[in-house]
Structures are given as structure tokens and as C-alpha cells.
Design a protein around this ligand. Structure first.
Ligand code: ATP
Ligand code: MG
Length: 340
């Protein structure tokens, strides 16, 4: 059995992916799930949310095999094999595969191995490298008997992200209500479908090759990449931007999501409210966000001692409820699909 992998993805940057994963991971862990978080963004912002700078400095300046995602896959670039990841325990139910700015150096290896994986022979090395992120995450999940793996990635359609999506069972798409987010969504859907079909060709090619008989132990991810919905964030609403402009883009999201991501032929006007594909609208948490970052905790764990007093205290409770609702929705969707 492998643990389900859930990736938050949008090639438009700054749409709140990292903040969402951080808060959802804590919520799921508090609900009793064993959660593994993998920071596969070379910017390593999620790692910085969990670990203070001193710890990250030690991780990066005194690396050990498996101590970061890059250190786990690096042996593959020479003659070695994947290193078992050394997980960081954040809480009893929450563990992290730390990110690494050096991961960007793996992009070239992944690009080089992509065509090689469609050849007639010597397929083991390319297939092992292209599925390396999945292998590392599953090795990590086995250590803690993870119920779910949450993955953060950077905002682009490069070779690292292609390999992450190959390793992904379920995709959630965070969006802003603006032209750039909608345009990003239009690229994202076709890209996901193309990666999915190209990976399927590679799996078929591997299964038909003599290399597969020589390596019966190599498990490969399905590359399911099943989109389970989108999240719309309100905090992109600039104070100087009229509400009308926000509404205009929000109204367009449901039909663009259906056409670009689900490859459906939607009617020209899909109602913006009550869209079943919209998992939640993420509120603008204003000063709670910097307060939470300063205290290195999720906003719903802020206390009066941290400065969450007056109106903030109510907002903290609201945030707890909002994230619990979202976490339940996501786990229900995944559990329903896992049973199929
Ligand atoms: N709900 C929110 N309310 C207010 N500010 C938010 C909220 N979510 C995120 N932010 C802020 O918006 C900025 C971008 O968020 P975040 O880093 O999570 O986005 P991202 O999609 O991961 O970005 P990138 O594409 O660079 O990885 C950060 O400064 C974050 O603190
Ligand atoms: Mg991010």
C-alpha cells in the first residue's frame, strides 16, 4: 500500500499554496491523522515556516544522506541510490521532509532522463530517477505510517514539478481572483493531462521491456493527478481595487476550471456561488498572518499571550473552524476516491 499524495499546484505564484499546506497539515494532524509534508519547492518556504533559521542552516551546511529532499535524491546523480529520508518531527502526528535550495540542481537530471525513459532498453535508471520523489515520499510515509502526504511546489511547469505531479494522486488548485490566476489555470489543465498521458506511455513502455523483469521490486507511481477542486483566496483583493473587479474574475472561475482542468464543455455561464468544485474561499487573515509567522504557529493556535486579543480572538476561532471544514472536505473526497 502507498500513502495518497496530495499536491497544491498553480503555476501562478503567490496564490497562498504554502500557507494553505502549513495550516491544513496542522489541522489534519490535530484531527488525529498521521501527516507527512514534503517541501519540494526549491524556495523552501514551507520548511522556513516549520523550522527556525538556525536549524535550516545546520541542515544545509552540514548535510547528511537523506537530511533534505535534495540529499535523499542526490546519490542518484552519481552511482548511488535513493537515501532513506531523515524526517523532522514537528509534532507527534506531523513530520517534514525538509526542502533544499540545492534541489534546483536536480532539474537538469530530470530533464535529461525524460527522453531516455522512452527508449528500448536501459530504462531502470531513468525510471528510478523520474519517480525518485515518489520513492522518497513513500519511504518517509512508511516510517510514520502516514495517512496522507501533503506536497508544496514552486509556481512553474518545469521538470521538477513534472516529477512531483507524476508522484501525485490528488491535486488541489489554489487561485487568486485575477487575470493572471485565470490565465495560469488555462495552461495548467492541459499540462496536467499531457503529463499524465506521457507518464502512462512510460509505464507501458517499462512494463513491456525486459528491464521490468530484471527489476521486479521497482514500484512506480500511477501518475493519477486527479483534480479534486480549487480554492479561491480573497486576500489578493487589493484595497485600491474595486470589489467589482474581484467579482468579475470570481464569476469566470467555475467555467474556466471545467473547460481547462476537467476538459468539459461547460455552458457559458456556470453559477459562481455553490460551485461543487470550489472547496473553499480562503479569507484575508490580515495581521494574524504576520503574528502567526512571528510565533511560528498556525493562526488558529495563536493565544492572548501571542497578541490574539479582542477581535483577533474571534478570528482565531473562525480560522480553526474554516480549516477543519476544509480538511474534512478534502479527506472525504480522497477517501471516496481511494475506495473506488
Ligand atoms: N489567507 C491569507 N491572508 C492574508 N495573507 C496571506 C494569506 N495566505 C497567504 N498570505 C500571504 O501571501 C503571501 C503569499 O503566500 P504563500 O507564500 O503561501 O503563496 P505561494 O502560492 O506559496 O507563493 P509561491 O508561488 O511563491 O510559492 C505570503 O506573504 C503570505 O503570508
Ligand atoms: Mg510557496
Amino acid at each position: 500500500m502507498s500513502a495518497p499524495v496530495l499536491t497544491f499546484f498553480n503555476n501562478k505564484g503567490g496564490v497562498g499554496k504554502t500557507s494553505l499546506i502549513y495550516h491544513l497539515a496542522w489541522t489534519l494532524a490535530d484531527m488525529g491523522k498521521s501527516v507527512l509534508i514534503a517541501d519540494l519547492d526549491p524556495q523552501a518556504n514551507l520548511t522556513a515556516a516549520f523550522l527556525d533559521e538556525d536549524k535550516i542552516e545546520v541542515l544545509w551546511n552540514d548535510p547528511k544522506p537523506g537530511s533534505t529532499i535534495y540529499q535523499a535524491v542526490k546519490p542518484l546523480t552519481g552511482v548511488g541510490d535513493i537515501a532513506n529520508p531523515l524526517l523532522r518531527k514537528i509534532s507527534p502526528n506531523l513530520h517534514l521532509i525538509p526542502g533544499d535550495v540545492e534541489l534546483s540542481g536536480f532539474e537538469d537530471t530530470l530533464s535529461t532522463e525524460w527522453p531516455g525513459s522512452m527508449g528500448d532498453n536501459n530504462l531502470y535508471r531513468p525510471m528510478r530517477i523520474l519517480s525518485a520523489f515518489w520513492q522518497v515520499m513513500q519511504l518517509g510515509a512508511d516510517q510514520i505510517d502516514a495517512d496522507i502526504i501533503l506536497v508544496d511546489i514552486g509556481p512553474n511547469l518545469g521538470a521538477i514539478n513534472r516529477s512531483v505531479l507524476i508522484a501525485t494522486d490528488y491535486v488541489v488548485i489554489p487561485l487568486g481572483a485575477d487575470l493572471f490566476s485565470l490565465q495560469g489555470l488555462k495552461n495548467l489543465g492541459p499540462t496536467l493531462r499531457s503529463w499524465k498521458s506521457l507518464w502512462k506511455k512510460r509505464i507501458d513502455n517499462w512494463n513491456d521491456s525486459p528491464d521490468a523483469n530484471g527489476h521486479p521490486d521497482l514500484r512506480l507511481p500511477d501518475g493519477g493527478m486527479h483534480p479534486i477542486g480549487y480554492l479561491c483566496q480573497q486576500y489578493g483583493v487589493r484595497l485600491d481595487r474595486p470589489v467589482k473587479a474581484y467579482d468579475k474574475w470570481v464569476k469566470r472561475i467555475p467555467s474556466v476550471y471545467r473547460a481547462a482542468v476537467l476538459n468539459e464543455n461547460p455552458p457559458s455561464q456556470v453559477p459562481a456561488t455553490g460551485d461543487p468544485h470550489c472547496l473553499a474561499t480562503i479569507k484575508h487573515y490580515r495581521s494574524l498572518i504576520p503574528m502567526a509567522q512571528e510565533h511560528r504557529k498556525p493562526i488558529f493556535k495563536l493565544t492572548a499571550a501571542d497578541g490574539a486579543i479582542g477581535g483577533h480572538a474571534g478570528a482565531v476561532q473562525d480560522a480553526r473552524r474554516d480549516f477543519q471544514e476544509l480538511a474534512c472536505k478534502i479527506t472525504d473526497l480522497i477517501e471516496a476516491l481511494e475506495d473506488i
